[in-house]
Ligand binder design. Sequence first.
Ligand code: FES
Length: 576
Amino acid sequence: MADNDKGKGLKRGLTNYGDTGFSLFLRKSFAKSMGYTEQDLERPVIGIANTASGFNNCHRSVPDLIEAVKRGVMYGGGLPVEFPTISLGEPYLNPTSMLFRNLMAIDTEEMIRAQPMDAVVLIGGCDKTLPAQLMAAASVNLPAISLVVGPMLTGSWRGERLGACTDCRRQWGRYRAGELDDQQIAEVGSELSTTAGTCMVMGTASTMALMTEALGMMLPGGATAPAVHAERLRIAECTGERAVQIADKRLSPDEIMTPHAFSNAFRVLLAVGGSTNSLIHMTAVAGRCGIKVDLGALDRMGRETPVLVDLKPSGTNYMEDLHKAGGLATILRELSPFLHLDCKTVTGRTLGEEIESARTWSQDIVRSIKSPLKPEGGIAVLTGNLAPETAIIKQSAATPELLVHEGRAVVFDSLEDLAERIDDPDLDVGEDDVLVLRNAGPKGAPGMPESGYIPIPKKLAATGVKDMVRLSDARMSGTAFGTIILHVCPEAAVGGPLSLVQEGDRIQLDVPNRRLNLVVDDRILEDRRSAWKPPTLPVGSERGYLRLHLDHVEQAHQGCDLDVLKPRSSGAITPE
Ligand code: FES
């Protein structure tokens, strides 16, 4: 039950003038200036979070979606009212969009809470937007329903199908290796992102959309319909109509986002070979519900959850293909034995009922559980003296031969150091070495940028080296691939063991046994620890949002939320 329901519609949360009758009179009077009738103003109010922005190409269809949502709200008997929030367009934000996810969550939460609405439609999509909105919805606990903009369609270059952004990285790698010239890479750049919508591989946006549908916060089929498909508008209309119904029934997020529902979402993350970022985001959303994510349990879940979906970067296809194959329902049907089918969804029905009623047909994008794409889930959780609070690897996108590896550390102290030296012809590096990047975590960079995809040094790329073991406290785009260890916790900037690694140290990776170790004597490490000094704080960190972030951001295994935004733990744990 929502806790914020004093009055309904425009009567909710009156502005405080010391006279409630006057407050309502004034509010209605001003609302009438927008052409509403008295009758309109008696309807349940459905807020629509508008995340359109000239700095967010993924969301350029949001105005059309808002019109469709409004239609649905009015068919349902409600009054649709859109309101703006921060929008986060992934490639436009400096130093990284992740720094602002929590800011968007604060903005969205406070605007839902402060303004008079009975339910809210959250229109998100681009990487950080959907998690920020779910975090807000969990904290306000007002009836809420997610609608994503949907994935882009693929482009084509000289007969080759292309999509953002696995192919961005692959083609850029070819350019760096001298296989493509300036003209060719410019042509590729025009074909990677060709429509409205989010990246159409199994990156963060696609993974979060699928997890949100599995979580029960989105209408069935809502994750995969392409942004420019008419089905996307129909989903938007139905979402608006459903928003009125959940307002009426007061179906609040805490009835949907339960530990079992998060288990279902994490199961999907593993089965789709999803983005590692989604693990951080869903951990933050669960945290807002007072639920702790047990990474050991997630790893055990991964061992019994095969990767079923043949999409890039783990496979070969794109989101439009998954949509044609039946979308999430096709995946859930295969995963049924592992799911909590009795979880209630935003439709008011259970996940099991939704799977039952979904249509099915022959397809080859979602494999059967008996002949999966990969036998184990996409993400493995590592521990060891280099990552006492865990690190992760997306093993489904790694080179199998490198999953057990020992190599010499080649260390980059910061993003600037990396940019300066990685392509230096004199860099002492070989293909068996382990590239280490540090001070790129939640506090270190700050904001934990997607720089874990350390480029292969140019001189090695030119000889045909495609992958090396790479290791950092950073994140990585969900669209990237390679043998890349991420989210090393605690990060170097707070004195984690990563800060003690020196050039030439041996690093052992053993993914089957989930180990990540620095082969250096404990006493030597203690000496290095005594000499360690924290890195200089970034410019601008003495005030404002950056100060708030640095003072309160938590580590990756805790979701990178700000500690002051989380409720007290309920003691509940997921996955279970
Ligand atoms: Fe928006 Fe990839 S840039 S989802």
